[in-house]
Design a protein around this ligand. Structure first.
Ligand code: OSB
Ligand code: MG
Length: 368
């Protein structure tokens, strides 16, 4: 495929409610979109980097900078581009996986549209819909949290994930269990907020029958997580620590996790995300699809990935209205706790022209 250029587009979208985690509060999503343009078609992707380098070292202005100065110019040397070639060309640059993922995915979307193939079928998906959970932020009070969880269960979500941090962990978990009962699928996510010295405190969560504890310790602390796996009865899930199929294989070999959260942006794209999935399936490690508060563009691709057979737990693939009043694609709507996997070519959705224009703050055209 001959690409004529790549457009970088900045959009700004207010969340329906502030989303608080152990690393900060997100009120408005600053997003970078990539559009790959060829003579015959175009492809879209969403870069999942957040505004600040707190969840990971990447941040949206940094992603835009590395794309503009290094990653896109590197593609200009190549006449004939497909997603696999993009991945190989970008490999010579260290890190910046979220920026690389966006570029590769935009090209992949365009390539699949030319072939008239859906992303879900290209990845080897087997399901027509995916089971959805919801990630519930830290709140000012337990009463407020219980109201929020009740609303999400009313909407049909099949699993609840509570964000936790020191001072907001055992008490909210206990209260949610007490109010909603033992049958509720419940898990927690610490986003690295704890230390090895907190092991005995974390073990207090064992009595609440959680599906898993996500990323309690630092990104680099595989041995600390391995100690937790041996010490706690609750399964340990890694998010931030898993940056590639190789790091997934290492974490599994070190017995540093029982479950893995796969986020395509974090591992450098959907092709690598499938390799992480395959490694996990080969080792009997259950996986689920994480989220980064995506618009419909990123969500469409995540839902396709979540339809692969190894995704045996409900994902953070919530409906559009959990995040945004007006999504930039046709909204993803929850049906019996599930989202439908798009079946059209590529990611299967396109931005709505007016909705996109309303939230766009800048566009940059990079000819190839
Ligand atoms: O750790 O999974 C996380 C959102 C932003 C950054 C990191 C995380 C999250 C979420 C929300 O938990 C997932 C979503 O609903 O998109
Ligand atoms: Mg997480």
């Amino acid at each position: 495929m001959h690409l004529t250029g790549l457009e970088l587009r900045r959009v700004r979208m207010p969340l329906v409610a502030p989303f608080r985690t152990s690393f900060g509060t997100e009120e408005c999503r600053e997003i970078l979109l990539v559009r790959a343009v060829s003579d015959d078609t175009e492809g879209w992707a969403e870069c999942v980097a957040l505004g600040d380098p707190k969840y990971s070292s990447e941040y949206v202005d940094g992603a835009q900078d590395v794309l503009t100065r290094f990653l896109i110019p590197a593609l200009a040397e190549h006449r004939n581009l497909d997603a696999t070639t993009v991945g190989r060309v970008l490999d010579r640059f260290a890190g910046h996986r979220m920026a690389k993922a966006a570029l590769e995915t935009a090209v992949l979307d365009a390539e699949l549209r030319l072939r008239d193939q859906s992303l879900s079928s290209a990845l080897g998906a087997e399901r027509e819909s995916v089971a959805c959970g919801v990630s519930v932020g830290i709140m000012d009070s337990v009463a407020e949290l219980l109201d929020s969880v009740a609303d999400h269960l009313e909407a049909g979500y099949l699993r609840i994930k509570l964000k936790i941090q020191p001072g907001w962990d055992v008490e909210p978990v206990r209260a949610v269990r007490e109010r909603f009962g033992d049958a509720l699928l419940l898990q927690v996510d610490a986003n690295t907020a704890y230390h090895r010295s907190d092991v005995r405190h974390l073990a207090e969560l064992d009595r609440y029958g959680l599906l898993l504890i996500e990323q309690p310790l630092a990104e680099e602390d595989l041995l600390g997580h391995a100690h937790l796996v041996r010490t706690l009865t609750t399964p340990i899930c890694l998010d931030e620590s898993i940056t590639s199929a190789r790091s997934a294989a290492d974490a599994i070999a070190l017995k540093a996790c029982d479950v893995i959260n796969i986020k395509p942006g974090r591992v450098g794209g959907y092709l690598e995300a499938r390799r992480v999935h395959d490694v996990c399936v080969a080792h009997g490690i259950p996986v689920w699809c994480g989220g980064m508060l995506e618009t419909g563009i990123g969500r469409a691709a995540n839902v396709a990935l979540a339809a692969l057979p190894g995704f045996v737990l409900p994902g953070d693939t919530s409906a559009s209205n959990r995040y945004y009043r007006n999504d930039i694609t046709a909204p993803f709507v929850l049906q019996d706790g599930h989202l439908k996997v798009p079946t059209g070519p590529g990611i299967g959705v396109e931005p709505l022209k007016d909705a996109l224009a309303d939230v766009t703050t800048a566009t940059f055209w990079n000819p190839l």
